[in-house]
Design a binder for this molecule. Structure first.
Ligand code: ADP
Ligand code: TRP
Length: 330
């Protein structure tokens, strides 16, 4: 059977280097192989995090352009917006009814949110956040995906998807393929400016599509210790070094290690990092600027993508409705 690769990015905020290295780049590399690929904009997931309609629309455009600028070929893959495929939210309800509440209680994102609350642990937590792994399972299972490239922060959700698929298969009949996560071994979680996971939610991102000046400015904000130029520095646990390793060859890394030993200044170290990142992002930025000139492009491509993918979703949902007993009576 041909591999079916699927991945999505939530449309909140602007795409960052973590999204690029953790999701976009490895997915596009996989798509080069003999496989079918499904790449989508998870806009219903965005509603969990924000009610700002303008932000969501801007983000849909930017995330779409991030995929296209990074090399996605819409002729060779399915590229669509989650909300255009109504079958996904319909499947989400079917799966909600077979998913144990206890499974959702264990989700990291939900647990982190309640851990932040003091007297009332449910404060500010919507049901979307609680049941979000079920919507994600629907995204994946509606197309019977076989491989899902994600950052390692999403591994737990993939485990949950597998649990939910197995439960459905067990309760009804073998319907869903059990998908595998694909995580880049050596890259893992990309650190942000403050050393925590790079994430829109932490405001610590290096943007993917910004101009050079903004890129330079955000790199200048990377948190370091206060060692002076000339002082030998330890690359271990250093945010600048960690980010450098995400883009550098082994040879470049060992040269940079040497610079640290010899007491490179933080200014120079950040400049080296900027040059390296800029080299990789330059062609993406150029393409982004070019694609942006055509105002209708994103809508046209997403409409065409939805038309291409909808028949597959519709056929699957038809079968599922039959299986669970939501169909014409005999
Ligand atoms: P964010 O955390 O900024 O909200 P998303 O959750 O929308 O980002 O992530 C979209 C995709 O990018 C997922 O596959 C996720 O695993 C990947 N990703 C996000 N941040 C990182 C990171 N810091 N390192 C590696 N992958 C990441
Ligand atoms: N939950 C993912 C994230 O926030 C985005 C996402 C939604 C996704 N549905 C998906 C990723 C299905 C892979 C497959 O990073």
């Amino acid at each position: 059977m041909k591999k079916r690769i699927l991945t999505g990015i939530t449309t909140t905020g602007t795409p960052h280097v973590g999204n690029y290295l953790g999701a976009i780049k490895p997915s596009l590399e996989l798509a080069e192989e003999n496989s079918e690929s499904f790449f989508f904009l998870a806009d219903y997931h965005a509603l969990i995090k924000t009610q700002n309609t303008i932000d969501i629309k801007a983000s849909v455009k930017d995330v779409a352009l991030a995929w296209l600028s990074s090399g996605l070929d819409t002729d060779k893959s399915y590229f669509y917006k989650q909300s255009d495929i109504k079958e996904i939210t319909e499947l989400s309800w079917i799966l909600t009814c077979i998913t144990a509440k206890g499974l959702m209680n264990r989700a990291h994102a939900y647990k982190a949110a309640i851990a932040e609350n003091k007297s009332d642990e449910d404060k500010g937590i919507n049901m979307g956040l609680f049941s979000y792994p079920i919507l994600m399972a629907s995204d994946i299972l509606i197309f019977n995906s076989t491989h899902v490239p994600v950052g390692s922060d999403q591994l737990q959700h993939l485990e949950m998807t597998r649990d939910i698929a197995q439960r459905f298969n067990h309760l009804y009949k073998k319907t869903f393929n059990i998908p595998e996560a694909i995580v880049q071994e050596d890259k893992k979680v990309i650190p942000g400016l403050d050393g925590r996971k790079m994430s829109k939610s932490y405001n610590n991102i290096i943007p993917l599509l910004s101009d050079e000046k903004t890129l330079k400015k955000s790199i200048a904000k990377i948190v370091t210790n206060s060692l002076e130029p000339g002082d030998p520095k330890d690359p271990n646990g250093c945010n600048v070094f960690n980010l450098y390793t995400q883009f550098a060859s082994l040879e470049q890394q060992s040269q940079f290690k040497n610079d640290y030993k010899e007491g490179i200044s933080w200014g120079d170290a950040k400049n080296k990092l900027f040059n390296l990142i800029n080299l990789e992002l330059m062609p993406i930025r150029d393409k982004y600027n070019k694609l942006q000139e055509d105002k209708n492009l994103v809508n046209e491509l997403l409409d065409a993508g939805a038309a291409k993918v909808r028949p597959l979703a519709s056929e699957m949902l038809g079968e599922l409705r039959e299986i669970v007993g939501i169909s014409k009576i005999e």
